[in-house]
Design a protein around this ligand. Structure first.
Ligand code: 4AD
Ligand code: MG
Length: 431
């Protein structure tokens, strides 16, 4: 079954041209002996008119009995019609049913968001979800292109692991043939091993977090774009992140103009023009205090603090030098003030919050052991990770970017779930 034309082409063909379309019926309206079908495919919707004289009686009868979401093949001519959406329609000459729709299609106007997520497998047919998925695809493609053009090698890391990367609280435990294993929260440690051979690496794969709280920006499974760079310290890392984010967003907005319009979303690309402001954790606390929010030194910025802080900014900005208490053990202490680390988060403005987390890693063997012990972790669990510091260690840095977080921000999605094909949250693992 070879597809000869897509719906979007109907709007560029000449009137009178004959096309063969394959797609799904969104809607059927009958006016006497005239039947109007809204035919949808992956590229859009077009009106198809089925009437006797042009098509045979049988086709008109078939059209009038089609249920919503039946799949059909339509052969007909393109005609101009100012009343039709887009100014074009198809005058049907032949109609074939590919797959009937049995029963009433459950996705109807007025159903609530919960119902739509329970029926996500069907709701994926909506043009809105398709637009989001096309934008997401363009975004990931842009990231991959940027990395390749900048000399990074793409690597694929394991998902089963034996020791936490980002702390024990959000680990998913799995039974690995009777042994305890976990689903990874980040491929960072494997990337750190890989840079000794490849120097600059990136990965695009899922990460898992047993996030217990119910928020609008936490998933239990999310897609993580991570990168690690040899011979790199914090300032170069920040430049890398701002260049990448800027490129990804500008490319996506350019390539997917139509989908942004369909979603009624505008994104002003000046917002992602580098450089992004850099403020230290300490300054962030001062800004918060001036807004009446006091957190004690050493505490991480929570969702509420991030919201209030980011409301003061119009562009993404870095918060750097978090206290070591607020970050995982592997973060490099600042040599000029060891109470803080050479860490950085990128926060999206206007109430949004963190989209990237990263920093410079400890590359000194003894210091790393000390930090592992200070955090009450067992150095035995990190044997291979420690080995990396034993043989030709180097300063290095890296970061992780949440695909859904970035998408949620640029599309202004109320909930991060909308950025996923099949979202995984504490409450949802079906469908
Ligand atoms: O800040 P995080 O926890 O950093 C790391 O995992 C580092 N090991 C990454 C690295 O340096 N290679 O996570 C990085 C990013 C966050 O900024 C956020 O965008 C996303 O991953 N993220 C989540 N996205 C959705 N749901 C969750 N539960 C997320 N947790 C983190
Ligand atoms: Mg983080």
């Amino acid at each position: 079954m070879l597809k000869s034309a897509y719906v979007e082409e109907v709007f560029t063909l000449r009137a009178g041209d004959r096309v063969e379309l394959l797609g799904w019926v969104r809607n059927v309206r009958q006016h006497g002996k005239l039947v109007f079908l809204d035919l949808r495919d992956s590229t859009g919707v077009v009106q198809v008119t089925v009437k006797t004289g042009v098509a045979d009686e049988e086709a008109v009868k078939t059209a009038s009995t089609l249920g919503r979401e039946a799949s059909v093949k339509v052969v007909g001519r393109v005609v101009e019609d100012r009343r039709a959406p887009g100014g074009r329609e198809i005058l049907c000459e032949r109609l074939e049913v590919v797959g009937r729709a049995y029963g009433e299609y459950p996705i109807k106007p007025g159903v609530g968001p919960r119902f739509l997520y329970d029926n996500r497998h069907l709701y994926l047919r909506s043009p809105k979800v398709s637009a989001i998925m096309k934008i997401r695809s363009a975004m990931v493609e842009a990231a991959r292109r940027w990395f390749i053009e900048h000399g990074f090698t793409e690597i694929h890391c394991p998902t089963f692991i034996t020791a936490a990367v980002e702390g024990g609280a959000t680990l998913f435990e799995v039974n690995y043939f009777g042994r305890k294993a976990y689903l990874t929260q980040s491929v960072q440690f494997y990337q750190e091993a890989a840079i000794y051979g490849l120097e600059k690496v990136f990965s695009i794969q899922p990460s898992f977090r047993a996030e217990k709280s119910k928020t609008r920006r936490h998933l239990t499974e999310f897609w993580h774009i991570e990168a690690e760079m040899a011979f790199t310290e914090l300032p170069e890392l920040l430049e890398t992140v701002e260049q990448l984010i800027s490129y990804m967003v500008v490319e996506t907005v350019e390539k997917r103009k139509r989908e942004f319009t369909e979603l009624g979303r505008r994104f002003n690309v000046e917002v992602v023009e580098p450089p992004f402001e850099r403020i230290k954790y300490e300054e962030a606390l001062n800004i918060l205090e001036s807004k009446g929010v006091t957190i004690s030194w050493g505490e991480d910025l929570g969702a509420d603090e991030e919201r209030i802080l980011t409301e003061q900014f119009d562009k993404p900005f870095f918060v750097t030098h978090y206290p070591k208490e607020a970050k995982a053990f592997y973060h490099m202490p600042d040599p000029s003030n060891p109470r803080v680390t050479l860490s950085a988060d990128l926060l999206a403005p206007k109430g949004y919050g963190e989209i990237v987390g990263g920093g410079q890693r400890i590359h000194d063997y003894k210091l790393l052991i000390q930090r592992i012990e200070e955090e009450n972790l067992n150095p035995q669990d990190y044997r291979w990770y420690l080995d990396l510091r034993k043989y030709g260690t180097i300063p290095h840095s890296g970061f992780g970017l949440g695909v859904e977080r970035l998408l949620q921000w640029i599309l202004n999605l109320r909930n991060i779930r909308s950025a996923c094909l099949f979202p995984r949250t504490r409450q949802r693992i079906y469908p």
